[in-house]
Design a protein. Sequence first.
Length: 201
Amino acid sequence: MIRENNQTIIEYQPEQPMPLASVVKVIVAIEYALQVEAQRIDPTEWVSLDELEKYYIPHTDGESHPEWLAQMERSNKISGQRVELQEVARGMILFSSNANTEFLMERLGLDRINHTLAELPFSKHQEIYPYSSAILIPTYLRMKEDLSKRQLTTRITNMSHEEYKELAIFIHQQLKEGGKLIGLFQPEMDLFKKQVIRRLK
């Protein structure tokens, strides 16, 4: 929808819910700010880079996370392979790091984030879940259920929103417990990257 001076210029399916992608990071940032203000978290708390790396899914973020890490290195913000929590939050917003976002979802708590979301004037916004982990759903199902591409498409198309959300949360927990899924998914992710590069040539 495009509006100018309170007049609608053009609209197309204005009531159709659509994914907000990285815009959802603003809501996570709001919850971060609220928890800092309430002194539930300390913005100067040190966070291990290893903890952040658990949530990093290579080749899926436009290299935003590596660029953030490089900036932290240039700015001497890394100490003993750790950064302050406030730098993690800044990296989520300024660099759009998906890994930082997923870490903050875990650190702040999805329940608290969604409670804050419910108090904001967004009447049709669905609950937030680890959307970056959701990137791995197709590969996870393909491996677990041995599905063809066509079967996988049908499986995901017929999946309820609740099942999709719960599967994303499950994968997020697997990453939290050691990031082992990334190693399993790497061959297919590398193939996906090659296919994208081939199409761009």
